[in-house]
Design a protein around this ligand. Structure first.
Ligand code: SF4
Ligand code: SF4
Length: 358
């Protein structure tokens, strides 16, 4: 069984043991945070780039590292059936276990440059221990904290510690995810995380394989069902991309799946695609398509279907600098983040096992 190593939160940046790891033979260790279940040798980093094996133990490079903070309505996540009318502080780090061609958040979500800098001990990214982040949320007068922008599954050590501190302070937490996560990770989260806002990107394996060669639809849907079975409030979202997942039958079938497995009253959020990165050549989703999908979902019996013609993914755009929210002075927030162990080679560069070209 994978070990769940728990440690107390450090005041200053350091690598933190990965919460779900399993030691294998010959110094290799498997990460069980997400369904990649990366098997890593010393010096190697997982697909997300945020976890590294050092001498047989896995560590998270990005614990407490913040790429963006923003304050706004919970409805912007989008979440509409949990504490409506309240405000959340959205926070993100670096790293994702998918590589979506239309991702708007590349510097943050993939965060390869930022994670390389952390691996080399050269990063000046912002760091805040969990209690400081919760204190920042309380100063903002929000009712909750949302983990978004990057994929929280690859940052779970920090997400858990912040969620515990948030609960103690009377704040709720929202986890915005692609749901390519393990049951073990969901079981760790369930006592502390209040809401899962999950993508259902498609019902086709070939769609998922293009953004993550090891992902299947059944895995993602299985994680969403598991989260609901564990008592987490679940809302789902589909970003409709022209020519990729916009066939009316596919969208209708997503609605039918939600109806059958999450319930007739389970909210479904339909967002509009805006061109980005490898999908810059595609047009924005024609608005009538979004409304047709909604009509089909209503006809399938779903009761709460929301269309966002002016909104795509939950991107970090035009946010204030992170230090504007933290009580530390900017020099401390951005001091160089050095790992104290220094055992990763002469250049301090940890390998990227799963890095792909292009
Ligand atoms: S992609 Fe990252 S979080 Fe997922 S199993 Fe690999 S190392 Fe762990
Ligand atoms: S769109 Fe979401 S799941 Fe896809 S790469 Fe970007 S952050 Fe990751």
């Amino acid at each position: 069984m994978p070990g769940d190593s728990t440690t107390s939160a450090p005041r200053d940046y350091q690598l933190m043991p990965t919460r779900l790891q399993e030691r294998l033979d010959n110094g290799t260790t498997r990460c069980h945070l997400c369904l990649w279940r990366c098997k890593l040798g010393h010096g190697q980093r997982g697909f997300c780039q945020a976890h590294v094996n050092r001498h047989g133990t896995l560590y998270n490079l990005s614990y407490g590292i913040l790429s963006s903070i923003e304050v706004g309505p919970i409805e912007d996540k989008p979440v509409r059936h949990f504490r409506p009318g309240t405000r959340v502080m959205s926070v993100g780090s670096y790293g994702c276990n998918f590589r979506c061609g239309g991702c708007h958040n590349l510097e943050i979500s993939w965060g390869v440059t930022a994670l390389d800098e952390l691996a080399r001990g050269q990063s000046r990214a912002a760091y805040a221990p969990p209690d400081e982040l919760v204190a920042a949320a309380l100063r903002q007068g929000v009712e909750g904290i949302a983990f978004t922008y990057s994929e929280p599954a690859v940052w779970l050590e920090y997400v858990l510690d912040v969620s515990r501190a948030a609960r103690a302070a009377g704040l709720y937490t929202v986890y915005v995810s692609n749901s390519f996560v393990t049951d073990e990770a969901l079981e760790l989260m369930a006592p502390w995380v209040d809401v899962l806002c999950s993508d259902i990107k498609s019902l086709r394996d070939d769609f998922y394989r293009e953004i993550c060669p090891v992902a299947t639809v059944d895995q993602v849907l299985g994680s969403i069902r598991k989260a609901r079975a564990l008592g987490i409030h679940v809302e789902t979202r589909t970003n409709v991309i022209p020519g990729r997942n916009d066939r009316p039958e596919e969208l209708r079938d997503i609605a039918r799946w939600i109806h059958a497995h999450l319930g007739a009253d389970s909210p479904w959020h339909i967002t509009r695609f805006f061109p980005a990165y490898k999908l810059s050549h595609l047009p924005p989703t024609p608005e009538p398509l979004l409304w047709q999908a909604r009509d089909a979902a209503l006809a399938a019996g779903l009761q709460n279907v929301y269309v966002y013609a002016d909104k795509g993914c939950d991107c970090a755009r035009d946010n204030r600098p992170v230090e504007a929210y933290l009580a530390q002075d900017a020099a401390r927030v951005h001091q160089v983040k050095k790992c104290s162990a220094g055992c990763c080679g002469e250049d301090g560069i940890l390998l990227k096992k799963y890095e792909r070209g292009g």
